[in-house]
Design a protein around this ligand. Structure first.
Ligand code: GDP
Ligand code: ZN
Length: 446
């Protein structure tokens, strides 16, 4: 306990404000409270005090709040000095705390300590940042769900399921003389199937949460001159992309963050995907291909007069949903419409006249947003999806081992790997590196 440093920071935003708060966390907090405010305030009670400098001179008057460990936000002794929100006042107050032995907190360090002291798990800590950074009411609601533990509970029940299975399998391993043929026990296969279904469900919900947090990544692809840049402009109502009648004008990848009824969508216009000798354009094509790999959805645009380009369709990465955009219907006198079947979605429209664009907007909205009221959705990040995906792969591997009767050791090993992957999400399993990356993105005083 003795080697824990006491940290301090201004917790309110810089500039002028009615109230400004200096927050202190760590073993020196009570001593600092006594030195600055004259006496230790009663726990969790707003106490009016004068805040004094080392010569007993006036710094400010305000409210002192003391939260003893372990019931505080960080799990340590915490002092909050709520003074007047002026930058010099806050500086003087902070300087005083530092002179009394605290050091300046790093970004996110208060939340990091809350995590390290078991007050929050890692997804909840991340949700604190998401809540603060939310730019929409929906974002606040979803971050709130994660902060309240909705996501964590899903992961926990998944981990519990895996632990139960492993205990069973490892018990069988420990007593081979009992000849428990656990592989013949169909309940193992059933439990594993159930774990896989659960994982897929959580993955689906987390993916929606991630889309709502970061935006659905929609990549516009297609041959040169079919109307990709025009489509990006039409969707974003700007002239961000250069539209010209010369094939191969879009040499770089252009990105626009748009919103359809409050849903964030990140639209990427790619250079015409085609073989070319021009080195600049070739670089554009290379970037376009890379963007395609990160897409949630590809809009494959083609010219209604010419029909789809088969070689392009084949070049698309597998597994990413594609919506075909049959553009320039004004030139062939066709009507706007959407055709949807199991295997494909195609929208006939004209970017030039705007006919059919609404069909596309609605379709994107459905893809991105789904149902706002849906209880399952919580804020999630790419990091969580990666871990869920890795865990899912291990479970599928375990299923193969089980079906192939390759031995309980292998099944147990895969289950452990899956559990480890899931543990990374809540932070049961972490590396310094990961924590550093997560908390350094916070602002100071959080
Ligand atoms: P990109 O190379 O695929 O990005 O194509 P552009 O967006 O630069 O468009 C190429 C040309 O097609 C431009 O002259 C556009 O004005 C034209 N264009 C785009 N959409 C339509 C459309 O729906 N109808 C007609 N008639 N022309 C279009
Ligand atoms: Zn273009």
């Amino acid at each position: 306990m003795a080697d824990i440093e006491t940290i301090a920071a201004v917790a309110t935003p810089p500039g002028l404000g009615g109230v400004g708060i200096v927050r202190v966390s760590g073993p020196l907090a009570p001593e600092i409270a006594r030195a600055v405010t004259g006496a230790l305030p009663s726990p969790r009670t707003a106490t009016y005090r004068l805040f004094r400098d080392a010569e007993n001179g006036f710094i400010d008057e305000g409210i002192a709040l003391y939260f003893p460990c372990p019931g505080s936000f960080t799990g340590e002794d915490v002092l909050e000095l709520q003074g007047h929100g002026g930058p010099v006042v806050m500086d003087l107050l902070l300087e005083r705390c530092l002179a009394l032995g605290a050091r300046l907190a790093r970004p996110g360090e208060f939340t990091e300590r809350a995590f390290l002291n078991g007050k929050l798990d890692l997804v909840q800590a991340e949700a604190v940042a998401d809540l603060i950074e939310s730019s929409t009411a929906l974002g606040v609601r979803l971050a709130g769900r994660t902060l309240q533990g909705d996501f964590s509970r899903r992961i926990q029940s998944l981990v519990e399921e895996l632990v139960r299975l492993r205990v069973f399998i490892e018990a069988a391993l420990d007593f081979p003389e009992e000849e428990i043929d656990f592989l013949a026990d169909s309940s193992v296969a059933e439990d594993l199937d159930r774990a896989i279904v659960m994982t897929r469900q959580v993955l689906d919900e987390a993916h929606r949460g991630q889309v709502l947090r970061e935006g659905l990544v929609v990549v516009i692809a297609g041959a040169p001159n079919v109307g990709k840049s025009s489509l990006l402009n039409a969707l974003s109502d700007t002239d961000a992309a250069i539209v010209t009648p010369i094939p191969g004008t879009t040499r770089d990848v252009l990105r626009q963050d748009i919103q359809i009824d409050g849903l964030p969508i990140r639209v990427v216009d790619t250079a015409g995907l085609r073989e070319t000798e021009d080195p600049v354009e070739r670089e554009g094509v290379r970037r376009a291909r890379r963007q395609l790999d990160d897409a949630d959805l590809v809009l494959l645009v083609y010219d209604a007069q010419k029909g789809p380009d088969a070689s392009l369709t084949e070049a698309l990465p597998s597994g990413i949903p594609v919506v075909r955009i049959r553009n320039k219907i004004d030139l062939i006198d066709a009507s706007p419409r959407i055709e949807q079947s199991e295997s494909r979605t195609e929208i006939s429209l004209s970017v030039a006249t705007g006919q059919g664009l609404e069909l596309l907007r609605t379709h994107l909205k459905v893809r991105a947003g789904l149902d706002f009221g849906n209880e399952g959705v919580f804020i999630a990040r790419r990091r969580h999806l990666d871990a869920l995906n890795r865990g899912l792969q291990r479970l599928l591997e375990a299923q193969r081992h089980l079906a192939g009767r390759l031995g309980p050791e292998l099944v147990a090993e895969e289950l452990l790997l899956a559990q480890t992957a899931f543990g990374e999400i809540t932070g049961e399993v972490t590396s310094e590196d990961l924590l550093g990356r997560i908390f350094s993105s916070f602002c100071i005083g959080k």
